[in-house]
Design a protein. Structure first.
Length: 186
């Protein structure tokens, strides 16, 4: 039959090795989870950048539609004024056309500017999301390193405990009878 110290030594060694393995595996798992989260964040950033590009393109189209609307309004004004017998090449008629064109261009630029601001918001979100992905990856690497460090620490502690048991740390130490341990004549 095995001596109690041998059983305790074996149990300590197996328990320590298992704890170290679990700590290491936990760190690897946390790193894998962080990597998956970072990939999701990058996909979100890509989508946000796509939204920014789409918003800019829609802004260009909407601004051109606004310019077309202003040109059509100018043409309608010219037709109505000419139909009423007014000279459309000078004076008030010409001023009206110029004002219609100016306001139409102003409206088109407002549409483009609003789209650019919206796109900037998406770009800003994408940048922040990408930084978040980098941070998530760094957290995963840190979790893996912490798992390795914990495993190493567990192995060191287990080794010290096993050494203590193996050197008789589990047996009662002899004591001197009478007097204090520092008194050899006691």
């Amino acid at each position: 039959m095995c001596e109690p110290n041998t059983i305790a030594l074996a149990f300590t060694a197996v328990s320590g090795a298992l704890s170290a393995y679990q700590a290491n595996e936990q760190g690897k798992y946390q790193e894998a989870v962080a990597e998956q989260n970072a990939k999701m964040q990058e996909r979100n950033a890509d989508m946000q950048q796509h939204q920014a590009s789409d918003t800019r393109a829609r802004g260009v189209v909407a601004a051109e539609q606004q310019r077309d609307k202003a040109r059509r309004m100018g043409a309608r004004q010219a037709t109505e004024l000419a139909g009423n017998g007014l000279d459309i090449s000078s004076g008030t008629s010409l001023d009206l056309f110029a004002e219609t064109a100016t306001l139409g261009e102003y409206d088109a630029q407002v549409v483009e500017n609003n789209a650019a601001r919206e796109a900037y918001g998406y770009d800003f979100q994408a940048t922040n999301t990408r930084y978040g992905a980098r941070s998530t990856r760094a957290s995963g690497r840190n979790a893996r390193a912490a798992g390795k460090n914990k495993a190493f620490g567990t192995l060191l502690t287990t080794g010290a405990q096993a050494a203590s048991l193996g050197m008789g740390g589990g047996r009662p130490r002899p004591t001197f009878s009478g007097g204090s341990p520092g008194n050899l004549y006691g």
